[in-house]
Write a protein that binds this ligand. Structure first.
Ligand SMILES: [Fe+2]
Length: 360
């Protein structure tokens, strides 16, 4: 299509050559626009031109042999809902007009019509179509802009949460990368439990990242202690769940953050902390994190043990099935371990961590 974009193309479909000629003459006398007139003497030919040419407006005769105007109109609207179509007829009955509009006509005109009327109608339809086109473009532009901003905000949020998670892990050099790995395993487990919604999976991932945020409020000397904790020290450590909840409960956009931090040390049989919740009383996200947390503790280097052999990990998980762990989630973890024949899923690489640690 080489025609000048400034040219408006009008397609006239009418089985009368006389009508085509007279309408073409009227349109060409209209000097407000550069108009190119295409014409077809049947509905079939008209449709073929419509499909192959860049048509801006259609003038369509209602009554034609074989394929009438309404049939042509329906075919046009199957593929194109935007191009204005003005239906022309000599019939004065109301139902003709109603039928044309209900099938997608944008205007209706009775024959015979004057040059003034036809050009005014064409101008009105083209201006309206152009306005709609501009409006759609503008909506599209705003949509793209909003999506871009949303993506940027999401990246900032994601990086900020990861940075926060690293801050927690830095308190204990032996568990570095723990939060990111727990987040990763939590997401995997949630997906295997049948969650497919990306937003929900991301919310669970972030809950995994921040599950230990409460450790910020526990002295590093206790967190880093490699010898047995006193009862008092253990009681302090346990406080990280409630401290974490206090920090995250205000994040209304993702309530899973607070729930994950608060309840990830609850046990399925009701022997955990801080509230001794039991079974399904424990929020799903916390039951997921509980398994992911334990798996990472067993499969990463800690101050008090090396990476555990896979068989030992499985044995401990089986021992905790139904007592410490939600049985369904624990079975999924065991299946994942069985699939991991080369034991690649241990202390997975996360982003680089600095070796220097804070002393507070
Ligand atoms: Fe924890």
């Amino acid at each position: 299509m080489n025609r000048n974009k400034e040219t408006t193309t009008v397609l006239i479909i009418d089985d009368s050559q006389f009508i085509i000629n007279s309408v073409t003459r009227m349109i060409l006398n209209y000097h407000e626009r550069a108009i190119l007139c295409l014409s077809a003497l049947s509905g079939e030919k008209g449709l073929s031109l419509f499909e192959t040419q860049d048509v801006d407006l259609v003038l369509l005769d209602y009554e034609m042999p074989n394929m009438d105007g309404i049939q042509v109109l329906r075919k046009i609207r199957e593929k194109d809902t935007d191009t204005p179509v003005i239906v022309m007829t000599a019939q004065m009955e109301e139902e003709y007009e109603t039928m044309a509009f209900s099938n997608g006509a944008t205007d209706f005109i009775h024959k015979p019509f004057s040059e003034k009327v036809i050009t005014a109608r064409i101008e009105h339809q083209l201006s309206y179509a152009n306005m709609q086109k501009q409006m759609r473009k503008e909506i599209e532009r705003h949509k793209e802009l909003a999506e871009k901003r949303l993506k940027q905000n999401y990246e900032i949020l994601s990086e900020t949460i990861k940075a926060l998670a690293k801050t927690i892990d830095k308190k204990d050099p032996y568990t570095r990368g723990h939060s990111e790995r727990v987040a990763f395993y939590s997401r995997c487990l949630a997906k295997c439990c049948g969650i497919s919604d990306e937003n929900e999976l991301n919310n669970i991932y972030y809950a995994g990242l921040l599950h230990d945020i409460g450790k910020i409020g526990i002295p590093a000397t206790i967190i880093r202690k490699s010898t047995k904790l006193t009862d008092e020290e253990y009681a302090r450590i346990k406080e990280h769940t409630t401290i974490g909840y206090e920090i995250l409960k205000k994040v209304k956009s993702n309530p899973l953050l607070g729930l994950g931090a608060h309840y990830h040390h609850e046990h399925y049989d009701g022997t955990g902390y801080p509230q001794k919740l039991k079974g399904d009383e424990i929020p799903f996200v916390a039951r997921i994190i509980c398994v992911a947390d334990a798996y990472d503790a067993m499969t990463s280097h800690r101050s008090y043990h090396d990476t555990m052999p896979q068989e030992m990990v499985k044995k401990q998980l089986k021992e905790g099935l139904g007592t410490q762990f939600d049985p369904q989630i624990c079975r999924i973890m065991l299946n994942l371990i069985d699939m991991d024949v080369n034991y690649l899923m241990k202390q997975l690489d996360t982003d680089d961590y600095d070796d220097d640690t804070d002393e507070n």
